[in-house]
Ligand binder design. Structure first.
Ligand SMILES: C[S@@+](CC[C@H](N)C(=O)[O-])C[C@H]1O[C@@H](n2cnc3c(N)ncnc32)[C@H](O)[C@@H]1O
Length: 171
């Protein structure tokens, strides 16, 4: 599952490369959903289901241990101090993601905002049931599946470094 897939370029690529997977994407922004649908149509990709809704509310309705992999790339950074409570990655949301992963399932995140990366690392490292895949419990190498998206290109223009994070649900 990819949460906040933006214009869907990553989800479309991953679904195309892995036709045996059942992929799920969530996005609130209607043009992004349209863009993903168009890419799926043009490439004849039929292993993706889309949730066009606020993912937080929707995920709460799902049963435990459903997903093999959850990916969140470049969540909205809300850089101003007074807006940071709107950031998606919060302790309760991390606990929800952990509950939805199958044991051994993988959680991948990436951000180009250094202070958000630190916040994610602190929250996820402290989430019971999640284990950082890195021996030093720090940032992970870039995963093979992560292609260069519009938001990473934007970060590059701003001179931001990207931080990747990777966790597994403990069995
Ligand atoms: C900065 S964009 C990154 C898009 C994409 N992941 C990429 O790397 O190009 C963050 C995306 O998350 C979506 N988003 C934010 N909160 C969401 C929520 N609660 N449910 C679903 N999508 C959400 C936004 O609409 C936006 O498209």
């Amino acid at each position: 599952m990819e949460i906040g897939f933006g214009n869907g370029e990553h989800l479309a690529a991953i679904a195309r490369q892995r036709p045996g997977w059942g992929c799920l994407g969530a996005e609130v922004h209607t043009p992004g959903v349209g863009s993903l649908l168009l890419q799926l149509l043009e490439t004849g990709t039929n292993n993706v289901r889309i949730v066009h809704d606020d993912v937080v509310t929707w995920l709460q309705t799902l049963p435990e241990a459903l997903l093999q992999c959850i990916i969140i790339q470049f969540p909205d950074p809300w850089p101003k101090k007074r807006q940071q409570k709107r950031r998606l990655i919060q302790p309760d949301f991390a606990a929800l993601l952990c509950r939805l992963l199958v044991p051994g399932g993988e959680l991948q995140m990436a951000t180009d905002w250094a202070d958000y990366a630190e916040q994610m690392l602190a929250i996820l490292n402290a989430t019971p049931g999640l284990q950082n895949t890195q021996p030093d419990a720090g940032y992970a190498p870039r995963p093979d599946n992560r292609i260069l998206t519009r938001f990473e290109r934007r970060g590059q223009r701003l001179g931001h470094a990207v931080h990747d994070l990777c966790y597994r649900r403990l069995t």
